[in-house]
Design a protein. Sequence first.
Length: 791
Amino acid sequence: MTAQRIRTLTDTLNRYAHEYYTLDAPSVPDAEYDRLYRELEALEAAHPELRLPESPTRRVGGAMLAGFDTVVHAVPMLSLNNAFSPQDDSGAFDHAEMRAFDERVGKDLGLAQVVYCSEPKFDGLAVSLLYQHGVLVQAATRGDGASGEDVTDNLKTVRNVPLQLQGGHLPELIEVRGEVLMLKADFAALNRRQEAAGQKPFANPRNAAAGSLRQLDSKITAQRKLHFFAYGIARQQGGKVAETHIDELAYLGGLGFSLPEGRFAVCKGIEAVLAFYERLAAERASLPYEIDGVVVKVNSLAQQQQLGFVSRAPRWAVAHKFPAEEALTVVEAIDVQVGRTGAVTPVARLQPVFVGGVTVTNATLHNQDEVSRKDVRVGDTVVVRRAGDVIPEVVRILPERRPMLEIPGADLFSGSLSPQSPPFRLPENCPVCGSAVVREENEAVARCSGGMLCAAQRAQGLIHFAARKAMDIDGLGQKQIEALVAQDLVHGFADLYRLDIATLQQIKDGGQDDSGKPKPQKWAQNILDGIAASRTPPLARLLFALGIRHVGESTAKQLAAAFGSLALLRQAPQPLLACLPDIGGVVAASIADYFRQPAQSALLDDLLAAGVQPQEGPPSPRLAQYFAPEQWLARLPGIKLSEKRAAELWVLAGCSMDGLLQDEALPAAWQQWRTQTEHAALLRDIARFLALLPEAADHTAAAGASDSPPAPLAGKTVVLTGTLPSLKRDEAAALIEAAGGKVSGSVSKKTDYVVAGEAAGSKLDKAQALGVGILDEAGLLALLNGERHSG
Ligand code: IVH
């Protein structure tokens, strides 16, 4: 029967959508979903009267509206009182307002310790969703709190809003409150599309969400990716009755709503609340959605009732706001800075302004195109943004506040106004060394062409070299390095290792005693000690420290793990480097170029000669596998071979390098390619390198057997979730990496272990579903100690 089939298809597709969008754990391939969806579409087209209100086909949007109907909220949508926690210059929070809130609540309830539930304060729009018999029948905006607008068609297009509630214990009626928002990634993509289409970009995800939700044409809403998080129940008939807010959230999760996984928690007492706040504040910038604080709610619903409301806000909840990430200030000047790679970056010098928890005086303007696009000029009032630890940036200017000059005219009416400052242009020469500033085609950044001749590039290169994550030279900071470079006491990396007390003291006044002789000072000795202690870094750190373009920390670790020694890596030709997982052609070329440039090679040799000796090990046993002939043949420059064709070519050549170089019966395109001398030379380089491998493996294996312990997690992928009892997340990650493992952010079939702590969320569920090994902290430590994991 058609009606029956439509019912089944609707239910099934809604369940699949829930698994896909909310649980992030699809149970069927996309093609199967599409097949059923098309069947339902066809049946509905033939029998429009049988189309159900919860049909997934309604997610594409409905008819265009003339205006929104008004919805009177059965339970008013209230607001929250705010509490702020200002920070001092060191970033420490002053939580006086929150302590006062807790004290008042404790007093009113007659409790020494109140149990709260803390959750994110989403920076989106409040909506109310009404379900009858499990089906979404109405969605309304908050409006003035008493009545809002009917946006049912629009809400139906939001993929993670259940059109039909899931699970067993369904209420007859339930009104769910929550927030509609746009994920940061979807916002960025939308703005890219807006700009490509010549339309005005949205100022922030919140505005984009608001603009998308209030579309009279729900087909437009359907194209904008919105997201819904539930945070409460306004009223309910039937179904499970919760006693606490956290149970209410859990119930909503079971009905099919998305919750901010891992980011809501029961907090016993105010200290736990404040710790939660500080943790979330630190995570804020890396969350996929914008939040502007933490909402703290008394957990017990009975206690909530007891506390009640005052004017338009509950007395049992508070919005504990984060410091604003955006503020207004004035551009005092625009300077340019020269970075390690020569990148010439325009920087706005600002009137000091408190934003994102610190006082900001500089903000990056990125590059010429960005300055031009935003038309930032000296004197402009601008919005600056500082999110998390990222560099503050100028978001936009306020054109109406631009200082203008009056150009007098001949008479009273012909005078005109023109901006006081001209548009900004990058200089044509490096402000530090005077070399030409060049900008390559298709590149947004302009660079100083001075290379190591430019003192700014040298200083930045050395600052990077000495940094904590690189050579980790204690005591040698930006200031000291800039002074050493400015006085030409240090040129290359190696010069650091030749410094002595007397030289070092030249960078600081007061380094001499009364007799005029330099007096050994503690700070100088500390730097020398720091330098001496950095002589034997792990290879990965040295590689990162060199500042090879495109080689960040993780690529450096990968290279070190693959090649084991600097000597071997230095000889690796580009196509082989490109065979390593996660290393693409551009990165491989940059590495190979670096080691082949005579100037760089000389610097590196000099560094080794000055006594720097990285800790090395054997090449990875997987290297031979990465360097299978079809792999590197498919990555040769100037000829495009698929892996399949490459494998065929290898066989045709008799599985030999000589064959590749000389066989006259090989395909013409190949013979053509190898006639070029640099191509033939590259093949010989590869052959020479591959011949080195067995010896390198033997040599270092023999050495490694005695002094380097086996890596217990070699080749294993581990996912961390939840809070571990004693290890912080980055500590656990460091231990895993040190043991040869890789830490990944998401669980898949390739995951070897999931280490789950308290409040582990969907990752743990997924691990269980996929049968991935699950460990607690103790299990992880046992594994790191080389004990076998059983189970
Ligand atoms: S509960 C009676 N929880 O904050 C209080 N509100 O000022 C009901 N908001 O516009 C609100 N995240 O949209 C609550 N986790 C959260 C929230 C949240 C954001 C918004 C809400 C409302 C405003 C209240």
